[in-house]
Design a protein around this ligand. Sequence first.
Ligand SMILES: [Zn+2]
Length: 147
Amino acid sequence: MLKNFLSSSLILLAQLPTENPKFMTLKGLLEQSGFQVIMALPPQRGAYGLLQSNSRKIWINPVVFDLNIALPTLIHESVHAAQVCAGEGTIKMLGLDIEPINQARPYFQHYTDIDRRDLEREAYAVQTQPNSFDLAISLLKKHCQIK
Ligand SMILES: [Zn+2]
């Protein structure tokens, strides 16, 4: 009973994507870059966001709006999108001269595949910068063909 009440309160407080102008700007830029942004549970269980490089599909788990992490989640996936554009078919590091904050380390250090870990480190590095939104936009503009 109490649990139901709390759940419905969360739904009432949940932010809609359209109420987040920065989220919508970044989503639009991704779409212009040929990526499809799908607001639904990603095929990988437990993920907040997921990018499939060959199909250029990005899933954003709707729970991120409840958790107020929608923008950082989309920024993270935008870095992967720029990595896909830079790799022209595969996915490749952008070679940015920034490091993620220490608190973000547990999120990528568990990857045993070094290439994957480097790609994730780069995404978390951008995501945790104070200017992460502007940085994500400039990376997309630099590496993807924006019409
Ligand atoms: Zn990632």
